[in-house]
Write a protein that binds this ligand. Sequence first.
Ligand code: NDP
Length: 323
Amino acid sequence: MSTSPLSTNTSTTNNIENVIIIGSGPAGLTAAVYAARARLSPLMIEGEESGGQLMLTTEVENYPGFEHGITGPDLITVMRKQAERFGTKFITRNVTKVDFSSRPFKVYVGQQMYQAQSIIISTGASAKYLGLPSEKEYMNKGVSACATCDGAFFRDQEVGVVGGGDTAMEEAQFLTRFAKKVYLIHRKDSFRASKIMSDRVLKHPKIEVLYNKEVIEVLGDGKTVNKLKLKDTVNGEIQEKSMQGLFLAIGHKPNTDLFKGQITLHDNGYIKTQPGTSYTNIPGVFAAGDVQDFVYRQAITAAGSGCTAALDCERWLEKEGSH
Ligand code: NDP
């Protein structure tokens, strides 16, 4: 690739890509497969910790096509190979800045600038965690931020769900399908969740709410979780309760810091797309996956929206006469 200095610090390729895909979870990789097969020769800037949230999961049993399940990292590996096979180019670095104010769009990786006719944003979202060292130690060994993904591994066990919003209500209820008992652990004495969802939880015979409690430590034998240490937020009392799983449902953060001020976001920070499409407010910039979805948040829905974004992008480029 030939490069020419733009300023003393920045270098750029002379090449203008058809499409740059930012982010390499199932949304980005599916967009890459479709864009590459459409001969757009996409450039994916996959990030230094590529693969997204699936890299943090163990077994994925609900992704169609894998009868016996597949691990999250293996699923990402095969998707990436598939995208590569059709000609996707990869850069394993983090995007540090974007400029979507004029075309071609500009994407910076440190001092290196890349240009493209179109962009697909698929930077995902990250689950929020409590930030305890023991929580990290038992990640995927009993600690999870996704009941839909990992709930089935807790058949007939006792689990805790932390949070007081709609996600916590939904996850607690979902977990009752498997667990024999679900403790909903909330730091306050009332929920911020909608009344209808709270009522379902409060009425559920398998769910016990532990109000005014926070998890201060996850305890186990190094391989699995067996207890949670809880602190009462009112009187400071500490207790240990037997539980084999801990599900965090304290919210997600969309990875949109890079795009603030350039793309229209919802109040909760997720990218706004035009209903039923991947179009953002900027023509030529598309968004797919969890970065624009705070409702479904599944690998398969992310992959589906990656396909939508590639098709929208391909048709837009054709209409613009750019490809
Ligand atoms: P929310 O931000 O609504 O709730 C997060 C919850 O986690 C709050 O109860 C908060 O406590 C608690 N929390 C945050 N940080 C900590 C912490 N460090 N320690 C302990 N507890 C903590 O997030 P949700 O994911 O629940 O919901 C996000 C959005 O998605 C909402 O608008 C929700 O309505 C929507 N949603 C809708 C669904 C549906 O309609 N089917 C399903 C799921 C989500 P506190 O209350 O004390 O601040």
